[in-house]
Design a protein around this ligand. Structure first.
Ligand code: UD1
Ligand code: CA
Length: 462
C-alpha cells in the first residue's frame, strides 16, 4: 500500500492574536524549534511517498521552516481545512493508496501513535480511520457522532453542535487516514453550508458514511498527545509537556537533571551519561554534550559542542566548541566561532568571539578576546583587550604558546605575539613580538616625594 501524508498548516491561527501578518501559527517556537517541526519529526520515520505541507497565512515564514522536509503547497485563501486538502490535488488526486492528514498545530503526537492509526486502518480494511480521544471537557473539538450500534455517522464541529451533541465526549483529534481516491472524490462534494462558512474537512466523514464506505476510529488513550495549539496558553502547555518528555528521556539515559521543571532542552540535543545539569539551564539548537560534564546553574548553550568532563557555570555560549576538562565561568560569554581546547580555564566576566583558545591556556577574569588565536598554556592577564576593530575592519591577534600577557594589556590588532613572550601589565601593544621578547609599553612612572600631603592641603584651603 502506498502512503502519503498531508500536514495542514495554512490556517490563520486567529486565536494566537498576533498583530504580525507574517507570523504563522506553526512557526511559534517550542524549546527554540517551530512547532510544526515536531509534527514533521513524528511523520518522517513513517517514510511516506509524498509528505506535503499546505501553507498559506504567514506562508513565507512557514515555507522556510518546512521546505527542507516537505513538498510545499499553497492555500492562498483560507477557506477551511477541506479546501486546504483540495490544494494538494495536483500531486495526489489520481494516486492509489492511503493518505494521512494531520494538523500542523499538534506538536505532541508521537510517531508510534501515527503508526498505530495506520495499523488500525489497514488491519480493519477501512476507507477512513479517524483518530479520536475521550475527553472530560470536549469543548472546542469536533464531536464524533455515532449511531446506536456505535458506527460513525459524522463529525460535528463545536460551532455547529446541538445541545445533545455537546455532551458527546469522544472527539476528533484532527488526524485521519483516508483512501486517497475516495478522499478526492468526496472533496468535490463539500459545501460551505455551516456556521463557519468554510469547507470543513470533517464533512468528508459524513460523505463517506453516506456512500457506504467503511469508517472506523482509532482511540488514543494518551490524550496529552492530541493537544492542539490554538492559543498561547495551549502553546505554553505543549511546551511544558515537551520539556518534561525530553528531560525524562535524558534522565533515563543517565543524565542527572537536578530540577527538570527548570531545565530546557531542545529536541535534537544529545547528552552523554553522568553529565549533571543544574537548574536554570537552557540547551538549544544543534547542541551535543559528552559525558561527565557539570552544566549550570543558569547556563545557556546554543549550537554548542561540549566534549567530556567540563565544568560550565552561569555562562552564555553560542556557536562554540568546547573540548575536554575545561572550567568555564561563572559569567563567560562566547558569541560564535569560538573553540576552547582541552583543560583551558576561562573564569568570570570574559567575552570571546571568533577565537581559538589553546590547551591549558588561562584567562581568569575580565577580558575581551575577539578574532584571536591564543596558544597553548598562554596566561591572559585580567583586563586584557584585543582591540580588533578599527571602525571599518576587524583584525586578527595571535598569541604564541607559553606567553604571558600582563594585566590590563591592550593588543591593537593586527598584531602577532610569538611564543614565550612576556608583556608587562598596562601595556598597549601595537608592534609584533618575536619569540621570547619582553615588551613594556606605557609611560614611565613619575613619583614626587611627599607630594600627596601638599595636594590635600591645597584642596582643604579652597
Ligand atoms: C480541528 C477539527 C476538529 C478537531 C480539532 C483537533 C476541522 C474543521 N475541525 O478544529 O474537528 O477536533 O481540529 O485539534 O478540521 N487549516 C488550513 N486552512 C484553512 C483552515 C485550517 O490549512 O483554511 C489548518 C490549520 O492550519 C490547522 C488545521 O487546518 O492546522 C485545523 O484548523 P484549526 O482552525 O486549528 O481547527 P480546530 O478548530 O482546531
Ligand atoms: Ca487546531
Amino acid at each position: 500500500m502506498k502512503r502519503y501524508a498531508v500536514i495542514l498548516a495554512a490556517g490563520k491561527g486567529s486565536r494566537m492574536k498576533s498583530q504580525d501578518e507574517n507570523i504563522s501559527k506553526i512557526s511559534f517556537p517550542i524549546l527554540g524549534v517551530p512547532l510544526v517541526r515536531y509534527v514533521i519529526e513524528s511523520l518522517l520515520p513513517l517514510n511516506f511517498e509524498h509528505l506535503i505541507a499546505v501553507i498559506g497565512h504567514g506562508g513565507k515564514t512557514s515555507e522556510a521552516i518546512v521546505k527542507d522536509y516537505c513538498e510545499v503547497v499553497w492555500q492562498r485563501e483560507q477557506k477551511g481545512a477541506g479546501h486546504a486538502v483540495m490544494m494538494t490535488a495536483p500531486i495526489l488526486k489520481d494516486l492509489k493508496g492511503e493518505t494521512l492528514i494531520t494538523c500542523g498545530d499538534t506538536p505532541l503526537m508521537t510517531d508510534e501513535t501515527m503508526r498505530g492509526l495506520i495499523e488500525t486502518h489497514e488491519a480493519n480494511h477501512n476507507d477512513l480511520t479517524i483518530m479520536t480521544m475521550v475527553l472530560d471537557n470536549p469543548y472546542g473539538y469536533g464531536r464524533i457522532v455515532k449511531d446506536d450500534q456505535g458506527n460513525v455517522l459524522r463529525i460535528c464541529e463545536q460551532k455547529d453542535t446541538t445541545d445533545l451533541e455537546k455532551d458527546i465526549k469522544e472527539v476528533n483529534a484532527g488526524v485521519y487516514v483516508f483512501d486517497n481516491e475516495e478522499l478526492f472524490e468526496s472533496l468535490g462534494h463539500l459545501t460551505t453550508n455551516n456556521a463557519a462558512g468554510e469547507y470543513y474537512l470533517t464533512d468528508v466523514i459524513g460523505l463517506f458514511v453516506k456512500k457506504g464506505l467503511k469508517v472506523g476510529t482509532h482511540v488514543v488513550s494518551d490524550i496529552q498527545e492530541t493537544l492542539g495549539v490554538n492559543d498561547r496558553s495551549q502553546l505554553a502547555e505543549a511546551a511544558h509537556i515537551l520539556k518534561r518528555r525530553i528531560n525524562r528521556k535524558h534522565m533515563l539515559n543517565g543524565v542527572s537533571i537536578e530540577d527538570p521543571e527548570n531545565t530546557y532542552i531542545a529536541p535534537n540535543v544529545t547528552i552523554g551519561p553522568d553529565t549533571i545539569i543544574k537548574p536554570g539551564t537552557h540547551i538549544y539548537g544543534e547542541t551535543t554534550i559528552g559525558i561527565g560534564n557539570v552544566l549550570g546553574p543558569d547556563t545557556y548553550l546554543e549550537n554548542v559542542s561540549v566534549g567530556n568532563h567540563n565544568i560550565i557555570a552561569y555562562s552564555h555560549l553560542v556557536d562554540t566548541v568546547v573540548h575536554n576538562r575545561t572550567t568555564l565561568g561563572p559569567f563567560l560569554r562566547t558569541r560564535g566561532h569560538v573553540e576552547i581546547m582541552d583543560e583551558a580555564h576561562i573564569g568570570n566576566f570574559n567575552e570571546l568571539k571568533a577565537t581559538k583558545f589553546g590547551t591549558k591556556a588561562k584567562c581568569a577574569h575580565l577580558s575581551y578576546l575577539g578574532d584571536a588565536e591564543i596558544g597553548e598554556a598562554v596566561n591572559v592577564g585580567c583586563g586584557t583587550i584585543t582591540a580588533n576593530y578599527d571602525g571599518i575592519n576587524k583584525h586578527h591577534t595571535s598569541i604564541g604558546e607559553n606567553s604571558f600577557i600582563g594585566c590590563g594589556t591592550t593588543l591593537v590588532a593586527p598584531v602577532t605575539i610569538e611564543k614565550d613572550s612576556f608583556i608587562a601589565a598596562g601595556s598597549t601593544i601595537t608592534e609584533n613580538l618575536e619569540k621570547g621578547d619582553f615588551a613594556i609599553a606605557r609611560a614611565r612612572q613619575v613619583t614626587k616625594k611627599n607630594y600627596a600631603r601638599k595636594i590635600l592641603d591645597k584642596a582643604a584651603k579652597k
